[in-house]
Design a protein around this ligand. Structure first.
Ligand code: MOS
Length: 744
């Protein structure tokens, strides 16, 4: 096993409560749609998106007479009157192909085809219903599974190539004593954060301001500037709190520029909030994947060959690849390995990243296949994973920056009581329930990007920290306060945090589980700079006990500057700023991944164990317990961190048992486009969650030693439940979600 040799970073004092928690529960925290300033509230107008009702074709005409006469209507934008925009390249982080009323084409059912602006939302909706849109339909296709033979390589495969091969696959299969080969299916899923997408846009002359529910204020700023042909500096995006993102808000969708255009045309501030139904199509979702998986092993359980060929749906508008073949490349050692990912075009809205894109469905399918292999080998599933433990990254043939997955298996299996698992499926009963145990491995890559931050020492021992990052409800505010406070040894309660404003120093998208790993090192750098500036201020200040010392002889601790050579010689930061006339001292900092990153792979890891009870008569599955242990580097905050992992596991249970978008086979609209019919678990559906972390710093990854945790929780959890259902019932279900009809 790899040893981490670098000194472990000092533990940072935690905030006990979410920084913004009280503001949220008292309603003071403002989400994007809740602002009524700085424009006059009386001026605020409401936009409603009109969606296509056919899956493919052209808009022939729009009869708008009745709509124009409807009460309260201010403007109606259609492909026939909308301003022509810069046809520039789509912007990162995804090359989105937006629907901005630039032509009359219809590519999927639900595509934005008009925008109605009115004095109130109800008036906008009522007017929208009076629009008479005539279409000329083209032949459409909405079911990709019936058309798998037409799978093609993606045009835009994303960060990973669509195919990857090493070793002699056929030879490795030929010498395998045991082979399992099956097809596993995951459904289309749609992220539904509590807060739907929402934008308020208003213009001040040539300058555009937006409140927008987004995971990436700088990305929206960039995308709006390019799309609307406005100088970058003229766009400001503000977003202090976000009610969940999960990838849906990682890129800018059509409604954001449409809102800005509506504001331009009407000369008024415009609010545009998507209905819950509008969350199922025009703003992405996870594509369905069909995974052919073949594993070959020697009699003692050593994997010799691993093969996975994936086909998924992609929109006719744009390719997006859900890399569900990803985990098969590097989760275990194998002599030979081959994966491919292909797409079939359909008339559906474009797919996008959804919590642990790739790894969520990837572990959901591979880890069932591993369970099947273990059974065929008559081997314990944990043992099979240990036999094939990857001590280095097999896909890049390079070391991990830190990996302690063995300890995860040990700790979680002990806490769970894995040794009590009945090996024969269906053998364990309790009353009318069949009881089953299952396990799976969790993994997600550790990402990090360049970020900047600003810190200020204020009067009264208070501090300010700011960065243009986002808090999706994940705890960014909380850990920013902690990190800033740690730099000067002050109480994190004394720190004021600002984020979610594009006028702040730039930070990356809060996606790919990278915010903490990117932003905290920038804050660390900023506080180091601040410490030097404060020391210099004390040195030049004749009133300071540290006057005349050398900068490098001064350290900051417990809210004081201290002479390292004579610890009794101190100057409190409160006094120092007071003598400075109360004037704050400011410093900026930045951090980016080092080049040595290319010499290693950084991933997070986990072991997930689940116990289910399956009713013999109804086949309803109750997940009684999930026990999971993760290796995520340093845990930054117990409350917000463990909470994210629990949320991820809950979503894994949802993946296993509930979630699926049903597409109408003729009209191509998602028919269960509400939270009543698109099933997700509620509290009563989730038994006990026992989540622990090893808390071993990964200092080769970043100076904080912390890898992101936003996404790993969902990985592995679905397969742990699926494998537990098999252990309970003897029914091997290879198509998610595992609903009672499939088990019976
Ligand atoms: Mo995450 S799906 O990268 O927001």
């Amino acid at each position: 096993m790899m040893q981490d040799t670098e000194a472990a970073p000092k533990a940072v004092k935690q905030l006990d409560h979410r920084y913004e928690g009280i503001a949220k529960v008292t309603g003071r925290a403002k989400y994007a749609a809740e602002f009524s300033e700085p424009f006059s509230k009386a001026d605020l107008t409401y936009a409603y998106i009109v969606q296509s009702t056919i899956p493919s074709g052209t808009i022939v005409s729009i009869d708008r007479v009745a709509a124009d006469r409807a009460p309260g209507v201010i403007a109606i934008l259609t492909p026939f009157n909308a301003p022509k925009l810069n046809p520039g390249p789509p912007q990162p982080p995804a090359r989105r192909n937006l629907s901005l009323l630039q032509n009359a084409d219809v590519n999927y059912n639900g595509q934005p085809v008009a925008v109605v602006v009115a004095r109130s939302l109800n008036e906008a909706k009522a007017a929208a219903a009076r629009l008479k849109i005539k279409y000329s339909s083209k032949v459409s296709r909405v079911n990709f599974i019936e058309n798998l033979s037409e799978a093609r390589w993606p045009k835009n495969p994303g960060k990973e190539p669509a195919g990857n091969h090493r070793g002699d696959l056929q030879a490795a299969f030929a010498k395998s004593s045991v082979i399992v080969e099956n097809t596993y299916v995951t459904p289309i899923q749609h992220h539904n954060p509590m807060e739907p997408h929402a934008t308020i846009a208003w213009w001040e002359g040539e300058k555009l301001n937006v409140y927008d529910a987004t995971q990436y204020i700088s990305g929206v700023r960039m995308s709006l500037a390019k799309t609307l042909n406005v100088p970058f500096d003229y766009v400001r995006v503000v977003n202090p709190v976000v009610g969940g993102g999960f990838g849906s808000k990682g890129s800018m969708w059509s409604h954001v520029p449409l809102c800005a255009i509506a504001a331009k045309v009407t000369g008024k501030p415009v609010k545009l909030v998507l209905d819950r139904e509008q969350m199922f199509g025009p703003v992405g979702g996870r594509p369905s994947t069909v995974n052919k998986i073949k594993l070959g092993a020697s009699a003692d359980g050593k994997l010799l060959a691993m093969q996975q060929d994936v086909v998924m749906n992609a929109s006719v508008m744009e390719d997006f690849v859900e890399h569900s073949e990803g985990p098969t490349k590097n989760l275990y050692m194998s002599e030979a390995n081959s994966v491919t990912a292909k797409v079939v075009e359909v008339n559906l809205g474009v797919s996008t990243f959804m919590r642990a894109p790739g790894e969520a469905p990837g572990t959901a399918v591979l880890e069932i296949a591993m369970d099947e292999l273990a059974e065929k080998l008559k081997m314990d599933p944990v043992e099979l994973r240990l036999v094939n433990y990857a001590d280095k990254d097999p896909s890049h043939d390079r070391p991990w920056s830190s990996k302690h997955l063995r300890e995860c298996y040990t700790q979680a299996s002990e806490r769970f009581g894995w040794s009590k698992r009945g090996i024969t499926p269906g053998a364990k009963t309790e009353g009318n329930a069949l009881i089953g145990y299952g396990m799976a491995t969790a993994t997600y890559p550790a990402n990090r990007s360049a970020a900047q931050a600003v810190v200020r020492m204020l009067s009264g021992g208070r501090m300010f920290v700011g960065s243009g990052t986002q808090d999706l409800g994940t705890g960014t505010y909380t850990i920013m306060a902690q990190q800033a406070a740690a730099g000067l040894g002050i109480d994190p309660k004394m720190v004021e945090v600002r984020l979610g404003d594009s006028t702040l120093p730039k930070a990356p998208v809060s996606g790919g589980s990278q915010s903490s790993a990117s932003v905290l090192p920038a804050i660390q750098d900023a506080t180091t700079q601040l410490k030097l500036k404060l020391a210099d201020l004390a040195i030049s200040d004749t009133g300071s006990p540290l006057h005349g010392l050398k900068t490098l002889d001064i350290e900051a601790k417990d809210g004081k500057l201290i002479n390292k050579k004579n610890q009794s010689q101190t100057d409190s930061l409160v006094d120092l700023i007071a003598r400075n006339g109360g004037k704050p001292v400011e410093a900026t900092g930045s951090a980016e991944p080092s080049e040595s990153r290319d010499a290693m792979t950084s991933n997070s890891w986990g072991a997930v164990f689940a116990e289910v009870a399956v009713d013999r008569d109804t086949y309803m599955v109750k997940v009684r317990r999930v026990v999971a242990t993760y290796d995520i580097g340093t845990l930054l905050n117990d409350k917000t961190g463990l909470n994210q992992l629990m949320g991820g596991i809950t979503w894994g249970v949802s993946f296993a048992l509930c979630e699926e978008a049903h597409v109408d086979p003729v009209y191509g609209r998602v028919v269960n486009e509400s939270l009543a019919e698109y099933h997700v678990p509620v509290n009563a559906d989730i038994g006990t969650l026992d989540v622990t972390v090893l808390n071993i710093p990964d200092v080769k990854f970043n100076p904080i030693g912390s890898r992101g945790i936003g996404e790993i929780g969902i990985t592995g959890a679905a397969a742990a439940v699926a494998n537990a259902i098999y252990n309970a019932t003897g029914k091997r279900i290879r198509e998610y979600p595992i609903t009672p009809d499939k088990i019976m």
